[in-house]
Design a protein around this ligand. Structure first.
Ligand SMILES: Nc1ncnc2c1ncn2[C@@H]1O[C@H](COP(=O)(O)OP(=O)(O)O)[C@@H](O)[C@H]1O
Ligand SMILES: [Mg+2]
Length: 242
């Protein structure tokens, strides 16, 4: 579903993605771990071309990433992305947040978009908030709306970049629960997270990045119990040390 081949990305002199090769089959859940600055966000952002790459190729569902125009818009619609900051439209209601893109980009009727939007809000446990504005919701609720909004586009792939990092601790699980259920339903997911419980529970595979390269690529059990590299051992020691 996602295929990255020898991807290189620089920011000026900084080489942020070094020869990245990554194949994610349909339905797989990949958790991306790594220290701050290792290139995790950049990796996500290249997959829906929020960042262009310098060399290499990225394919989504058998199609090479287009660089612009309608083809790019269509591809972006297939790749949902949820960020640390919820990025909801502040002046739109919760339901409008979820129906806007399906109407504008997918060409759905308002009635169809609202029907599907309500199903998705139901699914993330937030249907009763449909007429409120984002600022009236808690962070956990807003992030669940952001997930519903992405799902409303019927994406083939969902990318999550530290989706629970901006949340108060008591709200983390309500968002992770939605992600776990998506994973169980077979969504192809790439998830940058510091939530090791989620990685152990939901990941089919863990990728560890350091200095822009994929250093380890293993099943979660193997990664957490027998990390191969010094970098990964050091990282795990720091995050699991408390
Ligand atoms: N738009 C940008 N311009 C310049 N440097 C950037 C930009 N975005 C990220 N970087 C740099 O690229 C490296 C990787 O960043 P990032 O992908 O955000 O890492 P991570 O998400 O793993 O913390 C860091 O050194 C960061 O400072
Ligand atoms: Mg990041």
């Amino acid at each position: 579903m996602i295929s990255m081949k020898k991807v290189q990305k620089h920011f000026g002199d900084l080489h942020v993605l070094k020869d990245v090769d990554l194949e994610v089959p349909t339905g797989q859940v990949v958790v991306v771990l790594g220290p701050s600055g290792s290139g995790k966000s950049t990796l996500c952002r290249t997959i829906n071309r929020l960042e262009p790459i310098d060399e290499g190729e990225i394919w989504i569902d058998g199609q090479i990433l287009p660089s612009e125009g309608k083809a790019l818009a269509a591809l972006r619609a297939d790749v949902g992305m949820v960020f640390q900051s919820f990025n909801l439209f502040a002046h739109k209601t919760i339901l409008q947040n979820v129906t806007l893109a399906p109407i504008k980009v997918r060409g759905k009727s308002k009635a169809d978009a609202e029907k599907r939007g309500m199903e998705l809000l139901e699914r993330v446990g937030i249907a009763s908030q449909r007429d409120k504005y984002p600022a009236q919701l808690s962070g956990g609720q807003q992030q669940r709306v952001a997930i519903a909004r992405s799902l409303a586009m019927e994406p083939k792939v969902m990318l999550f970049d530290v989706p629970t990092s901006a949340l108060d601790p008591e709200m983390v699980n309500e968002v992770l629960d939605v992600m776990v259920s998506l994973a169980k339903e077979g969504m192809t997911m790439l998830v940058v997270t510091h939530e090791m419980g989620f990685a152990r529970k939901a990941a089919d595979r863990v990728i560890f990045m350091a200095d822009g390269a994929i250093v380890e690529d293993d099943d979660p059990e193997t990664f957490f119990t027998q990390p191969k590299s010094e970098r990964a051992r050091d990282f795990l020691g720091k995050i699991l040390g408390h």
